[in-house]
Structures are given as C-alpha cells and as structure tokens.
Write a protein that binds this ligand. Structure first.
Ligand SMILES: [Ca+2]
Length: 240
C-alpha cells in the first residue's frame, strides 16, 4: 500500500511538473517540426567482451526545408564513448557521425549512454546500449521432450523402458537452453541434420507432426550472445 501511495504521489508530481512547464519548452522537447533530423535514433552494440571496441554511425541533417541550415553540437557524459565529429552544420546534406565505444575498464553488465544532440532548431538523443561480458563458455542445451528412455504416444509419456526412446504419433520436441552470462541468441532443432525450426525466444519447441518409421536423430543447437554454440542429440525410434 505504501509503494502504491508513493507511486501515485510521484505521478501527481509529474503531471504537475508537465502542466507547469511553459508551452514553448514542451514544443522544443517534443521536436515535431524541428529542422534537426537524425537516423538511426539508437544503436545496440549487442555483446562485447571487456577490452573490445566497436563503432556505429548515424546521420544528421536539416530536414524540414523550413528554416535553412542547422548548426548542431553533440554531448555525452560516458567516458567509454567517443564521438566524431562533435559538431557541424547541414543545409540538407547528411553528415555522418561515428560513435566508437571502448569497453576497457567497464564492469561486466549492461551499459547504456545517451548522446545529446543540441541544435539551433531542435534537439534529440541518440541512445546506445552494450552488454559487456567476459564470456568464453558456450550455453548448456538439453532436449527435455522426448525424454531419453521413455515411450510416448501422441505426445504423452506412456512409461519408461530405459534402453530406447520410442515416439508413436505426433510429439512436440522441447528444448531447454541456458547461458551463464548472456541471453540465448537462438536455438535450432534438426531432424536427421535437416533444420526444422529456429527459435530466438522461449519456448524452444518444434512440433514433429510428420509420420515416420525408423530411427531418427534429433539434434538441438543453442547459441549464446557471442554465438558460442553447444549441441545435444537424441536417437528416437519413430512409429507412425
Ligand atoms: Ca556464454
């Protein structure tokens, strides 16, 4: 209850602050018809290891054709980010800004930085993100369905026989994958070396609804944020 009350007070305080701001300031912040345009608006560097560097670019230009040229300057407060150039002018042509990040000295974790673009006709933020992890270990991956040593009928476990895995009828092949440091980038599910499914998000499932007869090899391959991979295989006798 206390948290809810505090949240409500903050909300009311926020609304009061917005309503107290001069209308001209709000127009500048929302920047709907400003002459300043930049694209892309953000960049996700994905995962990097400590000490690695990477670069990205974005363009700035005078875009509305209503106010002549713009003069802009770029500001940031993150020591691990470098911008070049840090100012310029455009009367319609695109200026390319290069953003270089150096992860040396950054602790492990997710980091973000906002580059403030100030101009004589509109302002904005270019936001960057990076995950810094000293990750040299591939993920773990396991085929959890069908479970080794069990007989399945139409996707349901019948009983455990131990020496073989037998699937009668359809089944959903389910895979679990985990990484110690990063997110799982993707999980691939293969049947006899043919890729049947790629999932970037949980659950990692492929519905095996083709009829078959014989021994098949199911293989799951998981990739972590650095695309380090690990696979797990299971031989299955498929009937129907
Ligand atoms: Ca890893």
């Amino acid at each position: 209850m206390k948290i809810k009350t505090a949240g409500m007070l903050l909300l009311i305080a926020g609304i009061s602050l917005i309503s107290a701001m001069p209308v001209t300031n709000v127009a500048t912040i929302t920047a709907g018809k400003d002459n300043l345009c930049f694209y892309p608006k953000s960049w996700d560097f994905g995962y990097l290891r400590p000490g690695e560097t990477a670069s990205a670019q974005f363009d700035i230009w005078a875009c509305c054709g209503c106010a002549g040229s713009i003069t802009y300057s770029l500001y940031k407060n993150c020591s691990w980010v470098d911008i070049h150039p840090t100012n310029g002018t455009s009367s319609g042509e695109m200026d390319t800004i290069t953003v270089t990040i150096d992860t040396a000295g950054l602790p492990e974790g997710n980091h973000s930085c906002s580059i403030f673009i100030y101009s004589n006709n509109g302002n904005g933020f270019f936001n960057i993100k990076v995950g810094v992890f000293d990750d040299h270990t591939p993920p773990t991956v396991k085929i959890v369905k069908p479970e080794k040593g069990w007989i399945y009928l139409n996707g349901e476990k019948l009983f455990r026989i131990g020496f073989a895995t037998i699937v009668i009828g359809d089944i959903s092949v389910e895979v679990e994958a985990k990484d110690d440091k990063t997110c799982i980038d993707k999980v691939e599910i293969y049947l006899n070396n043919k890729l049947m499914r790629t999932d970037h998000l949980k659950p990692y499932i492929w519905n095996w609804d083709d009829s078959g007869f014989g021994i098949y090899s199911i293989r799951a391959v998981a990739y972590d944020g650095f695309l380090q991979q690990m696979s797990s295989s299971l031989k299955v006798l498929k009937l129907m």
